[in-house]
Design a protein around this ligand. Structure first.
Ligand code: NAP
Length: 292
């Protein structure tokens, strides 16, 4: 059993922290909006801290899952940040989807403080967090990762060290790049099926038995066909992730023409009011602009 803190009880963090309790760890939580921390503590009998710094006091591991680079910096290095409360040798594990640059920056600051940092973004969405079956892609030292891996197993079916600090975030970028193109392809297929007068459900039930099958197809075709787009990862988050990937691509010289195009489609969907719709709403954009 480890003494751990979990910071950021959002859609992902709330159930992840709960799994840590279920696996016997001693959990202290912090959330910026205190009410959420209160209801979590009532439900799961954990302790609440009044700041990231207080949450970090005396812990073996501090887990974080907040929004973006700036949120992460604030939680770690702010006036009441984690860095001011960490015990010597405590490890910080960050599950936020953020840039590889911020991971390296924070790892450097924490090293000077005597602490290790592991970037550990996740895949699997809300359902993966609730069911404790996330995939975790990590970057950091192998000794630090070996210490935290059994604790991460509380909410993950797979956790792998991908390389040095930043490698977890780079792997997550690959994940998002792959998803962007697949979802647009599925949206175009269903849009075409509708235009051709086909029964999209029957079409997918057949083609998903062959080479067109994908996770997006298996999990989203029915809701997409019904024009329902509130089943997963929001466009606002996806655009954050794609902008990180596109910036990294500019720095490393890779070409991401399809990712850049799909990012623009998501920008149009935001203007159409779909900020909180899930990523499969690419079909709504095609349907709006359907030629009559
Ligand atoms: P969310 O529901 O919006 O929760 C964000 C959490 O971060 C909240 O607890 C929020 O506190 C906290 N937070 C944000 N900015 C903060 C700041 N400056 N200081 C302190 N706390 C701050 O987001 P989520 O869906 O859990 O996602 C969290 C991360 O996981 C994101 O990086 C996202 O891209 C990634 N992710 C999400 C999914 C998914 O399906 N949702 C899947 C994979 C990865 P408040 O309660 O006070 O707002």
């Amino acid at each position: 059993m480890a003494n751990v803190a979990f910071l950021g009880l959002g859609v992902m963090g709330y159930p992840m922290a709960a799994h840590l309790v279920k696996h016997g760890h001693n959990v202290t939580v912090y959330n910026r909006t205190h009410e959420k921390a209160k209801s979590w503590a009532m439900q799961h009998h954990g302790r609440i801290a009044s700041s990231p710094k207080n949450a970090a006091l005396g812990q073996d591991v501090v887990f974080i899952c907040v929004g973006n680079d700036d949120d992460l910096r604030q939680v770690v290095t702010g006036e009441e940040g984690v860095i001011h409360g960490l015990s010597p040798n405590a490890i910080v594990v960050d599950h936020t989807t953020a840039s590889a640059d911020v991971a390296r920056e924070l790892a450097c600051l924490l090293k000077a403080n005597g602490n290790e940092f592991i970037d550990a973004p996740v895949s699997g969405g809300q359902a993966g967090a609730e069911n404790g079956v996330l995939t975790v892609m990590a970057g950091g030292s192998s000794t630090a990762f070996a210490q935290v891996k059994p604790i991460i197993a509380s909410y993950a079916k797979c956790a792998e060290l991908m390389g040095e600090v930043g490698a977890g975030q780079l792997t997550k970028m690959v994940n998002q790049i792959c998803i962007a193109g697949v979802v647009q392809g599925l949206a175009e297929g269903l849009h075409f099926a509708k235009s051709a007068g086909l029964d999209g459900i029957k079409v997918v039930e057949v083609i998903s038995q062959g080479a067109a099958q994908s996770w997006q197809m298996d999990n989203r075709y029915q809701t997409m066909w019904q024009g329902k787009y509130d089943f997963g990862f929001a466009i606002d988050w996806m655009r954050k992730d794609l902008s990180i990937a596109l910036a990294e691509a500019r720095a490393n010289g890779s070409q991401l023409p399809l990712t850049a195009l799909v990012d623009q489609f998501y920008a149009e969907l935001q203007l159409m009011g779909h900020q909180r719709s899930d990523t499969s709403s690419l079909l709504a954009r095609l349907e709006k602009f359907r030629a009559s």
